[in-house]
Design a protein around this ligand. Structure first.
Ligand code: ADP
Ligand code: ADP
Length: 233
């Protein structure tokens, strides 16, 4: 069962009189439950592909089917709806609200989704448990370490049971030991059945994924199963 079916995707940017071809015909299929890294040097098209996969931007050409829906050419409002329902984002900069506790940050997407207060709390506690933050649930972001903040972000990404977790350089602001902790957390989240797409330019981070897609100049250079997945568990 494919969560993602991308066929012949292109993305062109007009810059003055120049056309920048950020994606030049990309084909990818990702099945439910896969853990995939998208790798490549700066300028290879990772952000552009992530923006398309995350329904943040539409491609210039080609088709993108996300969980059975063609999202290639939708209005911004429809894209936003699909995004909220289907995708859990994790960013390099955590993007937490400073005035809210860990569990309140985790539950925020449920307020937008109109879930009752009682259900929000139940699901919030469950998500906080999944990321191992039970004894930090009431702390605000500035009372948490970088790794704990990223755990909150992962809990928030999980809370709507999204079709995919899309993580953009999730360890970019963390020291190497904390990075390994977070990558182990992603391994756990993957083992619970979640589909994970990790965008990174760091080889040793990509090595935690079970499949590695390498981009070069807007095209797929290679797409391979990672036989030697890095885990410390
Ligand atoms: P990466 O994330 O791998 O660094 P990007 O997807 O950001 O690569 O960029 C791919 C190419 O597209 C680069 O040449 C970049 O300069 C160009 N690009 C990306 N976004 C835009 C934009 N909004 N306008 C113009 N050019 C862009
Ligand atoms: P990210 O933090 O996801 O890597 P970038 O820093 O590459 O994103 O880009 C930030 C924003 O600027 C994005 O909206 C991207 O599309 C745009 N952008 C990237 N490269 C260019 C470029 N060469 N010209 C214009 N806009 C760009």
């Amino acid at each position: 069962e494919n969560v993602i079916e991308i066929k012949g995707i292109t993305k062109f940017y007009q810059v003055g009189t120049q056309v920048v071809k950020a994606l030049r015909g990309v084909d990818v299929e990702i099945k439910k439950g896969e853990y995939v890294a998208i790798m490549g040097p700066s300028g290879s098209g990772k952000s552009t592909l992530m923006n398309v996969i995350g329904a943040l931007d539409s491609p210039t050409g080609g088709t993108y089917i996300l969980n059975g829906t063609d999202v290639s050419h939708l209005t911004d409002d429809r894209l936003a709806e699909i995004r909220n329902k289907e995708i859990g984002f994790v960013f390099q900069t955590f993007n937490l609200l400073p005035r809210y506790s860990a569990i309140e940050n985790t539950m925020l997407p449920l307020i937008y989704a109109g879930v009752s207060k009682q259900d929000r709390l139940k699901r919030g506690e469950e998500a906080i448990r999944k990321v191992g933050l039970e004894n930090r649930a009431m702390h605000k972001p500035n009372e948490l370490s970088g790794g704990q903040r990223q755990r909150v972000a992962v809990a928030r990404a999980l809370i709507n049971n999204p079709s995919i977790i899309l993580a953009d350089e999730p360890t970019g602001n963390l020291d190497s030991k904390t990075s390994v902790d977070i990558m182990n957390l992603f391994e756990n989240i993957h083992a619970m059945g979640n589909t994970i797409i990790l965008v990174t330019h760091e080889e040793d981070i990509a090595q935690h994924a079970h499949r590695i897609i390498r981009l070069k100049d807007g095209q797929i250079e290679s797409d391979m199963v990672n036989e030697d997945v890095l885990t410390t568990q």
